[in-house]
Design a protein around this ligand. Structure first.
Ligand SMILES: C[S@@+](CC[C@H](N)C(=O)[O-])C[C@H]1O[C@@H](n2cnc3c(N)ncnc32)[C@H](O)[C@@H]1O
Length: 364
């Protein structure tokens, strides 16, 4: 081992466990170092590609793999994972990037942008272009909410399992296992065809709406709208991909990071978004819930929400309803009910009796 190897190699007990999860697969160890993980993968996987940017590390890893008698099961590559990524194919990607030296333990909450050679989000996106089956080996003080975000914000969303990686019963690190969610993926796939047809009719409607003079965006750099405009990516991270809003939408849409958290609490349920507006909540529910009904009294809002749900590729997971929630309520069957309402409406809703769980989100 070289100096860095001593503090960066994955302890064998942990590497064995991580490898067991990849049994029989083709694994790419993207930051292989002196081979701690590579060797264990080679023992149980169908083949292993071990990449490290440092030729000395590759030489050490080859030597160490020979010691374990597995060198012939590994393709060693000296190179930059970020540059090699477009040419890589594999079943599982293992990421144990540098944590930034021993100081990682000094911070209370380790953020993904502290990872090297690039921030964790870029690394993850690069990995995702190869396979959704990604394993990340991270400091034990890593911000778990950021890991959840990686999973939720993938399209389609991924499942995430966090494992405490221990040596002799003591937690040394965290291993995050990401993989595709077959239920959601197959639903999105099977409905893609319908989505194309809807896109066509939406385009026609959009044209007529614009003719009628309905404002679709407020790209003003000055005046009262400016403060909303600069927050556009907080409202919709895919803003530039065709998101549309009316004037009210700008100040009433639930910011995406909040909508994601609310949706997490409803995973797998049937959700009725009773005041869906331009779709901030609806979209996030559609990503993780078994089905979503989106109700709004304003037909323009419903049309905008449909457009925005299409931008996120989830329009077909949502039943859009133009109507008055108060009037529709008696006929709604609810597992989870989201009331994203302004205070003035609260008393009206409290007079309606719903027996199941009620989530009240007061956004204003
Ligand atoms: C934490 S160590 C990996 C330890 C390894 N899992 C083990 O058990 O031995 C991180 C490694 O990433 C390598 N590295 C840094 N930047 C890289 C890049 N852009 N592409 C590939 N490897 C890189 C470093 O040389 C270092 O050996």
């Amino acid at each position: 081992m070289d100096e860095e190897g001593w503090y960066s190699v994955t302890p064998e007990e942990i590497a064995i466990k991580q490898a067991q999860r990849c049994r029989g697969k083709v694994v790419i160890d993207c930051f292989s170092g002196v081979g701690g993980n590579t060797i264990q993968f080679a023992k149980v996987c169908s083949s292993v590609v071990a990449i490290d940017i440092d030729p000395m590390k590759t030489a050490f890893a080859m030597n160490n793999a020979k010691v374990y008698g597995v060198a012939n099961r590994i393709d060693f590559v000296t190179g930059d994972f970020m540059q090699l990524a477009p040419c890589l194919k594999g079943d599982v990607l293992f990421l144990s990037p540098p944590w930034g030296g021993p100081t990682y333990s000094k911070v209370e909450s380790y953020k993904l942008d502290m990872l090297l050679p690039r921030d964790g989000y870029s690394l993850f996106q690069t990995a995702l272009s190869i396979t959704p089956n990604i394993i990340m080996f991270l400091p034990k003080n890593v911000d778990l909410a950021q890991l959840e975000e990686l999973a939720w914000l993938s399209s389609p969303p991924l499942t995430l399992e966090i494992e405490e990686s221990c040596v002799g019963g003591e937690i040394k690190a965290i291993t995050a296992y990401f993989k595709s969610n077959p239920t959601l993926s197959s639903r999105v796939d099977s409905l893609t065809h319908e989505s194309h047809n809807m896109t066509k009719s939406m385009k026609l409607k959009k044209r007529s709406r614009l003719k009628k003079g309905i404002k679709s965006t407020i790209k003003k750099e000055n005046g009262s709208s400016h403060k909303y405009w600069i927050q556009r990516y907080d409202l919709f991270s895919r803003y530039d991909q065709g998101i549309e809003m009316d004037e009210e939408g700008w100040y009433s849409v639930t910011p995406e990071v909040i909508a994601i958290k609310q949706a997490q609490r409803c995973r797998g349920k049937v959700v009725i978004d009773c005041f869906s507006g331009v779709g901030g909540n609806t979209i996030q529910f559609a990503k993780v819930c078994s089905s979503v009904v989106a109700i709004d009294i304003d037909p323009v809002k419903v049309e905008l929400a449909m457009n925005n749900a299409m931008v996120y590729g989830v329009a077909n997971c949502v039943d859009f309803v133009i109507g008055d929630f108060i009037q529709l309520a008696p006929s709604l069957k609810v597992i989870f009910l989201l009331l994203s309402i302004s205070f003035i409406y609260i008393s009206a809703f409290l007079t309606i009796s719903f027996d199941p769980f009620v989530v009240v989100a007061l956004m204003y």
